[in-house]
Design a binder for this molecule. Structure first.
Ligand code: GAL
Length: 984
C-alpha cells in the first residue's frame, strides 16, 4: 500500500488554495484521451510509466475528464470496446453505507488504481514554469511531471494545484488515481462511487507579477442604494470597472450608486483587475446577506429560497459535465421558478457557479464532506470529532471558500452534510468567519446548531413544519437551555424535503403554504434535481436506465438514486411541472375579479404580460391581453374580469397567464411564469341532463334464465352480471378495483410509510370477485350485487351496480360500495389497511389508440399533486398517457374528469361521463403487469386496453424518504357512490 493513500493528511506539495478566476495568462488545456492502465491494488503499474521513454502505446485510452468506470476501455489486442459497467470494478452505488470496511483511515488492499499518462507539448514561447491544476480527481491522486513527484491530494470535488516546472517541447504527466483512500471516509455521500480524473486538467502560465489570488468585497447598502467595492490582491494591481467609473488600486475602496445583485436580477458589473503581468476578469455583484431578528435578508429585504438540491449527474458521463449541460440545468431550474440551488453535497464545477452569477441563482454551497458511514459504528470515531482528521477537514473547507469567495451567487457556506457532531465544526466555523464574514454558515446535522446560523432539518411532516414556522417546535434532545434558546431564534432553512423518487412528490402546495407564511422560514430545497441513473443496455440489446441494484455488489443503495425531478436523461418529470406551478412568483386567482399577488422578493411585475382565455367546456371562445397595473413585490392588485361571452351551455373557465413580456437570459418572451383559473359559469353538476334516465326506461330484453341480457346498447353475461359488449364493442367488466401498482412512495420505510407491504400482506393485489345476484327490477334496472374480497381474510367490499339504459345509445351505471370486515392486516398487528384506489376497471379492445378528455391535464394529477393540472380539454394517444418512470409504477392518473372519449381504428367512439367527476387511467397493461415490470421495456402490449374509471385514488406523498402520506390524501373507508354513463 502507498502510505499516503491511508494518511490522515489531505495531501502534500500542493499550492495554497486561491480564487478561481479567468485571466489573460496562457493556459494549456490538457483534457483529451490519456493513456490508462488499471491495476487491482494501490501499487498501480509501478514506476516505469514515469520515464520519458516509457512506451504507453499498449495501454488503454480513456477520456479526461471522465470516470474510468463509465468508459469503454479498449484493451490492446481486443477489437471491441469492453464496458466496465455492471461489474464490481464498475460504478457502485451506496446510500449511507461505506463500500469499504469501517477501519479508518485504512482501505482494502483491493483498491482499483488507474495510472494515467499524458505526453503534452509546451510551446517554445511559453516562458517559465506553470501551475498544473486539477479541478477534481476521485478519490486520491499522486502526480509526477517529467519523472519528478509534484505531490498528492485527496478531496475529490475540490481543485488542487502544483507548481509545475515544465520544459519547452514534450512533457510527461503521470497521475496515479486510487479508488479508495482515507478521503473515502469523508465522502460518504448518497451517490455513485465514481473514480477518475473527472474534471478538467490545465497547465496555467504564471507570468511575472501574476495575480495569484484576489478577493472581491462588494457590499450593497439598501438604505443609500450604493455599493462599496474593494478588491484585495497579493501584488500591486488596478481595479477597473468602466461602467461604474471605477479605476483604483487594489486594496482601496470605492462607494458608488449601483443596482444590487440578486437571483431575480443578477446585475453584474464586469471589469478587470490588472497587474503588471496579468489581467483577471471581474464580474462583480453587489449584495449584502444578513440575518436580522431571525430573518434572512438580502439587500435589506426578506428573501425566500425556492430551491433544489443538485448533484452533478449525466446519464453517460457521471459527474463529468460539460458547460452546456450546466447551463441547461440552470435554465430548466429558472423556468421551473426555482431561484436557489444547494450544491449537494460538494462544490460543483466552478463554471456552474459562474453561470449562477450570470443567470441568477442563489447558491447554498456545500463542502465535500459527509461521514455518514460512521453511523454504523454508533458514530464512534467520527472524523469531525477527532483531532487527527482536523487538517483534512480544514483543507476541504478552505479549498471551497478560497475557490468561490468571489461569486455573488454564493449566499452561504454549508460546512458538510450528515456528519453528526464534533469539535472540528467549531474550528471550521471560525476558519470561515475569519476569512469571509460576509456570508452566513449552515450545518444541519448537529442538534445544538451551535456552529450554524440556521436551524435546519430534512423531511419534516407538515405538522412538524407548522410548529417550526411558529417557533413552537419541541426541543431536541441533548441540548442545553442556551443552545435551545439560540436555535429557536435562528431562521429556518429546510435543506431537504419532498423526496422526488418515482411518482411524486406530493404535498408541494402544502409545504409552500406553510413556508411562505412564516418569516422564520427562509427557504426549502427539494430532494433532488436529477435521477442518478446510467444509460445502459441489457444482454438482449434493450436500452434501460441502470440503478444501484443493477450492479451485483453489496452494500447497495438500489433504486434510491432515482429520486430526481428530472429523469436521468434530463427529461422533466411531472413532479417538476407541479413544483413550477407551486413556486410561481406571481399568484393569479380568479373569483369575481382577477387577483394578482406578487411573490417576488425584489422584482415588480413590470417584466410580465398578462393574457386571458375563456373556454366553454374546454373550447376556447375568446381571449385577449389583460391590463394589470404594476404590482410591487409583496403587494396584490385586483382587476375586473375581462369582458367576454358568458352565456355558455357548459362550464366556462377563465384562465389568466403571466408570461415574460420580452426575452430574458433564461427563457424567451411568452414563457409562462404563472397562471390561475376560475370557473365563471357552472359549476360542473355531474351527469346533467345527458344522464337522466329517459321517462320510459328500456327494459331488459331477456329473461334471467338466458345466458345473455340486453339493456339498450349493452349486453351482459347473465351469470355474473358483467358487461360483455357495448354498442358492438367487445369489452369486459367493470370490476371493482382497489389496487394500484405501488409507487416508490408507497414502499416507504417503516410503519405507516410502507403501505405497499400491507397491501401485499392482505391481498389487495389479488382480489377475488363474486356475484351474489343479477336481477332486473320492475323499471328495467339491472341490478348486480357482489362482493370483492381476498383469500384468507374477511375484509371485503359489498357492491351494488345498477344499470339503466338511457335512450338507445347509452347506459348509466350507479355504483354503491361499502366496506365490511376487519380492515386491519392481522388480528395481531392491527395495521390499518388503506386502499390505494376505489374504482372500476374495464377491459377494452386493444385497437383503442387515442384519448380526449375534459378535466385536469395535460399532465398526470393526484389529490396531493394537482396544482399543475388545469381544467381543460386535452387529447393524446394512449401511449402518450404513460409516464415512463424508470422503475415502472402507478402513473398517468387524471383527476376531475367530466368525460373521456376513446377512439381507435374500426371501433365506435366510446365516451365515458362520470358523476361526480372521476379519475381515469388508460393503459395497454394491467396494474399487476405494471407492478411486475422491472424496467419500462418489460411492459408489453397486453392486446387490450385497460381503463380505470375511479371514484378515488390515494395521493402520492413522498414517504420513500419522509413523512407518511397525510391522512387527508388517503381514501376514507366509507360507503361511496358514483355514477358512470357509457355512450357510443
Ligand atoms: C438525505 C441525504 C441525501 C439523500 C436523501 C435521500 O438524508 O442528505 O443525500 O440521501 O436523504 O435520498
Amino acid at each position: 500500500m502507498q502510505p499516503y493513500v491511508e494518511s490522515f493528511a489531505p495531501g502534500s506539495g500542493r499550492r495554497r488554495p486561491r480564487a478561481d478566476a479567468l485571466s489573460d495568462a496562457r493556459r494549456l488545456n490538457l483534457n483529451g484521451m490519456w493513456a490508462f492502465r488499471l491495476s487491482p491494488t494501490a501499487e498501480g503499474t509501478g514506476d516505469a510509466f514515469l520515464a520519458d521513454d516509457f512506451d504507453d502505446s499498449p495501454w488503454d485510452r480513456v477520456a479526461v475528464p471522465g470516470h474510468w468506470v463509465l468508459q469503454h476501455v479498449t484493451p490492446p489486442g481486443e477489437q471491441a470496446p469492453r464496458s466496465l459497467r455492471g461489474t464490481a470494478d464498475g460504478p457502485l452505488y451506496t446510500n449511507t453505507a461505506l463500500p469499504i470496511p469501517l477501519d479508518p483511515p485504512r482501505v482494502p488492499t483491493e483498491n482499483p488504481t488507474g495510472d494515467y499518462r499524458l505526453v503534452f507539448t509546451v510551446p517554445e514561447d511559453w516562458h517559465g514554469d506553470g501551475v498544473l491544476r486539477f479541478q477534481g480527481v476521485d478519490s486520491c491522486a499522486k502526480v509526477w511531471l517529467n519523472g519528478a513527484e509534484l505531490g498528492w491530494s485527496t478531496g475529490s470535488r475540490l481543485p488542487f494545484e502544483f507548481d509545475a516546472p515544465v520544459r519547452a517541447g514534450a512533457n510527461v504527466l503521470a497521475v496515479r488515481v486510487h479508488r479508495w483512500s482515507s478521503g473515502t471516509y469523508l465522502e460518504d455521500q448518497d451517490m455513485w462511487w465514481l473514480p477518475g480524473i473527472f474534471r478538467d486538467v490545465e497547465l496555467l502560465a504564471r507570468p511575472t507579477a501574476a495575480i495569484d489570488d484576489h478577493f472581491v468585497h462588494a457590499d450593497y447598502d439598501a438604505a443609500t442604494g450604493t455599493g462599496t467595492l474593494r478588491v484585495d490582491t497579493d501584488v500591486p494591481a488596478t481595479v477597473e470597472i468602466p461602467e461604474l467609473g471605477v479605476c483604483m488600486p487594489a486594496g482601496e475602496t470605492a462607494t458608488v450608486p449601483v443596482e444590487p445583485w440578486s437571483a431575480e436580477s443578477p446585475r453584474l458589473y464586469r471589469g478587470v483587475l490588472r497587474s503588471a503581468g496579468e489581467t483577471v476578469e471581474l464580474a462583480v455583484g453587489f449584495r449584502r446577506v444578513e440575518i436580522r431578528d431571525g430573518v434572512l435578508l438580502a439587500n435589506g429585504r426578506r428573501i425566500f429560497l425556492a430551491g433544489v438540491n443538485r448533484h452533478e449527474h449525466d446519464q453517460d458521463t457521471g459527474r463529468t459535465l460539460d458547460v452546456a449541460t450546466m447551463r441547461e440545468d440552470i435554465l430548466l431550474m429558472k423556468r421551473a421558478n426555482l431561484n436557489a440551488v444547494r450544491t449537494s453535497h460538494y462544490p460543483p464545477h466552478p463554471e456552474f457557479l459562474r453561470l449562477c452569477d450570470e443567470l441568477g441563482m442563489w447558491v447554498v454551497e456545500e463542502c465535500d464532506l459527509e461521514t455518514h458511514g460512521f453511523i454504523y459504528d454508533g458514530w464512534a470515531r467520527n472524523p469531525p470529532a477527532l483531532p487527527e482528521w482536523r487538517a483534512a477537514l480544514e483543507d476541504r473547507v478552505r479549498r471551497m471558500v478560497e475557490r468561490d469567495k468571489n461569486r455573488p451567487s454564493v449566499l452561504l457556506w454549508s460546512m458538510a452534510n450528515e456528519s453528526w457532531t464534533g469539535e472540528t465544526f467549531g474550528v471550521l466555523e471560525r476558519l470561515i468567519r475569519d476569512r469571509d464574514p460576509s456570508r452566513p454558515i449552515l450545518y444541519e446535522r448537529d442538534p445544538s446548531y451551535r456552529n450554524s446560523d440556521f436551524y435546519s432539518l430534512m423531511y419534516p411532516s407538515l405538522e412538524a413544519l407548522e410548529l417550526i414556522a411558529r417557533r413552537e417546535e419541541p426541543r431536541p434532545e441533548r441540548v442545553t437551555d442556551e443552545e435551545d434558546a439560540r436555535r429557536r431564534s435562528l431562521p429556518f432553512l429546510l435543506v431537504e424535503y419532498a423526496h422526488a423518487m418515482g411518482n411524486g412528490p406530493g404535498s408541494l402546495a402544502d409545504y409552500d403554504r406553510i413556508l411562505r407564511g412564516s418569516e422564520r422560514c427562509c427557504g426549502a430545497f427539494v430532494w433532488e434535481w436529477i435521477d442518478h441513473g446510467f444509460r445502459s443496455v441489457d444482454l438482449a440489446g434493450a436500452e434501460f436506465t441502470m440503478h444501484g441494484a443493477d450492479v451485483d455488489y453489496s452494500p447497495n443503495g438500489g433504486r434510491f438514486c432515482l429520486d430526481g425531478l428530472l429523469f436521468s436523461d434530463r427529461t422533466p418529470s411531472p413532479g417538476l411541472a407541479e413544483l413550477a406551478k407551486v413556486l410561481e412568483p406571481v399568484r393569479v386567482s380568479i373569483s369575481d375579479r382577477v387577483t394578482v399577488r406578487n411573490r417576488y422578493d425584489f422584482l415588480t411585475t413590470g417584466h410580465l404580460a398578462f393574457r386571458w382565455t375563456l373556454e366553454d367546456d374546454g373550447v376556447e371562445v375568446a381571449s385577449g391581453a389583460l391590463d394589470v397595473p404594476l404590482v410591487l413585490p409583496g403587494e396584490t392588485v385586483e382587476v375586473p374580469l375581462p369582458a367576454g361571452p358568458r352565456e355558455a351551455a357548459g362550464e366556462t373557465w377563465l384562465t389568466v397567464q403571466a408570461m415574460l413580456a420580452a426575452d430574458a437570459s433564461w427563457a424567451s418572451a411568452g414563457h409562462v411564469v404563472a397562471w390561475g383559473q376560475g370557473l365563471l359559469n357552472g359549476p360542473f353538476d355531474g351527469l346533467r341532463d345527458r344522464s337522466t334516465p329517459v321517462a320510459d326506461p328500456v327494459e331488459a330484453t331477456m329473461p334471467l334464465t338466458a345466458s345473455v341480457l340486453r339493456l339498450g346498447p349493452a349486453v351482459f353475461d347473465a351469470r355474473n352480471g358483467r358487461l360483455t359488449e357495448f354498442a358492438g364493442i367487445p369489452l369486459d367488466g367493470p370490476e371493482l378495483d382497489v389496487y394500484r401498482a405501488p409507487t416508490e412512495n408507497d414502499r416507504g420505510q417503516g410503519g405507516r410509510n410502507d403501505l405497499a407491504s400491507v397491501w401485499k400482506a392482505v391481498g389487495l393485489d389479488r382480489m377475488l370477485h363474486r356475484t351474489d345476484q343479477v336481477a332486473v327490477e320492475n323499471d328495467g334496472t339491472l341490478v348486480v350485487r357482489g362482493r370483492t374480497g381476498t383469500a384468507a381474510h374477511n375484509h371485503g367490499l359489498r357492491s351494488v351496480f345498477r344499470w339503466t339504459a338511457v335512450a338507445d345509445s347509452a347506459v348509466r351505471l350507479d355504483v354503491d360500495v361499502d366496506f365490511e370486515g376487519a380492515w386491519t392486516d392481522t388480528p395481531f398487528r392491527q395495521r390499518d389497511i388503506v386502499v390505494p384506489r376505489l374504482g372500476l376497471r374495464f377491459r377494452l379492445p386493444g385497437d383503442y389508440a387515442n384519448a380526449e378528455w375534459f378535466g385536469r391535464g395535460p399532465g398526470e394529477s393526484y389529490v396531493d399533486s394537482q396544482a399543475a393540472a388545469r381544467v381543460g380539454r386535452f387529447r393524446t394517444s394512449i401511449d402518450g398517457l404513460q409516464t415512463p418512470y424508470p422503475v415502472p409504477q402507478e402513473n398517468g392518473n387524471h383527476l376531475d374528469t367530466r368525460w373521456l372519449r376513446l377512439t381507435g381504428a374500426g371501433l365506435p367512439e366510446l365516451r365515458v361521463d362520470g358523476a361526480p367527476t372521476f379519475a381515469f387511467t388508460v393503459r395497454r397493461w394491467t396494474s399487476e403487469e405494471l407492478e411486475r415490470a422491472r424496467k419500462p421495456h418489460d411492459l408489453v402490449d397486453s392486446g387490450a386496453v385497460w381503463l380505470n374509471v375511479d371514484a378515488a385514488q390515494q395521493g402520492i406523498g413522498s414517504a420513500s424518504c419522509g413523512p407518511a402520506l397525510p391522512d387527508g390524501y388517503r381514501i376514507p373507508r366509507e360507503r361511496t357512490s358514483w355514477s358512470v354513463l357509457l355512450q357510443a
